[in-house]
Design a binder for this molecule. Structure first.
Ligand code: NAP
Length: 305
């Protein structure tokens, strides 16, 4: 399977910079072009060698590319697709790394010209950091990359994209698009919302001083604050665009929370013990699957680099 010769990265933040670094690490020969919204990001990306050439507009950045990856917040994917459409090469693949798939596919699809392959994708890898200097080459190593092809997606083009992500270190899975959004709501979107809420609660508690929240923060709360420090634009767009699945999972979450609340009120220690035993098993399974380690600081060392 031939590799891509020219990859255009639209948006040059955490995901795009990690793609570029992982491509370089794998000695992919492809030319990399890119664009970002601000001059500052454009200049940094060029300076640190993420791209061979940077452009002021996405339209210019995609010219001649055989793979275009949209690495921008979910809410602007449609506008960018519209902008680049007339400049895409015949036969090129347009993909993305957006955390939501149905809404993104619907936003991009109407703009895609005949002869261009639209193949949405989502790396299940990330950190709370943003920007061109946040990326690292190993971000995708042994992490899952979910590809959600559309009914019209060309098999050869899908296979080529699978090979690309495998070379970057990912395990690749093909998933039905609606199912992706539900899975993402369970394992990523709702947990983020809960972390945002808990940090918001601590911030709004006027009987506990802000200095106490900061100085005495326990490990669990610190983990919540790390998640709740994620990019506000990205996460606003995720919730606005994965509304149904997030609301479904939140409904389930609230029911469970009430059950735990009731057990605490009634002093039902057995219920709490059994519940926490079940959740501990999930943690064990994640470690056994190689998706985390026992080390208490897993992931942070890299993201704090
Ligand atoms: P990021 O670090 O904040 O980077 C976003 C990039 O998009 C920046 O370069 C920004 O430019 C650019 N951008 C924003 N609006 C733009 C516009 N209108 N036109 C052109 N460029 C624009 O974000 P990220 O974490 O890489 O996330 C990118 C995508 O990956 C999102 O769709 C997100 O849902 C998805 N994702 C993120 C994670 C994660 O953990 N972060 C994981 C999986 C998937 P400026 O720097 O100039 O503002």
């Amino acid at each position: 399977m031939s590799q891509y010769k020219h990859v255009a990265l639209i948006g040059l933040g955490l995901l795009a910079s990690s793609i570029s670094l992982a491509m370089r690490r794998a000695d992919m020969a492809a030319r990399i072009t890119g664009t970002a919204r601000s001059k500052e990001t454009q200049e940094t990306a060029l300076e640190i060698g993420l791209v061979d050439a940077v452009f002021d507009t996405a339209a210019e950045a995609v010219k001649g590319a055989d793979l275009v990856i949209l690495c921008v917040p979910v809410g602007v994917m449609g506008a960018i697709a519209e902008e680049i459409a007339p400049h895409l090469s015949e036969g090129c693949t347009v993909s993305d790394v957006g955390s939501v798939k149905r809404a993104v596919a619907e936003a991009i699809r109407p703009h895609m010209p005949d002869g261009v392959h639209l193949i949405p994708a989502h790396p299940m890898a990330g950190t709370e950091k943003s920007g061109p200097e946040a990326g690292f080459a190993s971000l995708f190593d042994n992490r899952w990359l979910l590809i959600t092809p559309l009914p019209e997606s060309d098999h050869t083009a899908v296979k080529r994209l699978v090979d690309f992500w495998t070379t970057l270190g990912s395990n690749v899975e093909i998933m039905e698009i609606e199912h992706h959004d539900l899975v993402a709501a369970v394992i990523s979107h709702t947990p983020h919302l809960i972390a945002y809420t808990m940090v918001g609660v601590a911030d709004g508690m006027n009987r506990v001083a802000k200095t106490e929240v900061v100085n005495y923060s326990a490990a669990g709360f610190r983990d919540f604050t790390r998640i709740a420090a994620s990019d506000p634009t990205m996460w606003r767009d995720v919730f606005l665009n994965n509304k149904d699945a997030t609301l479904e999972v939140l409904g389930r979450f609230t029911e469970e929370l009430f059950a735990l609340q009731r057990a605490i009120r009634l002093g039902d220690g057995d219920f709490l013990f059994d519940y926490f035993t079940r959740t501990r098993d999930i943690r064990r399974s994640i470690i056994d699957a190689g998706q985390d380690t026992e080390a208490a600081d897993f992931g942070r060392t890299k993201s704090e680099k």
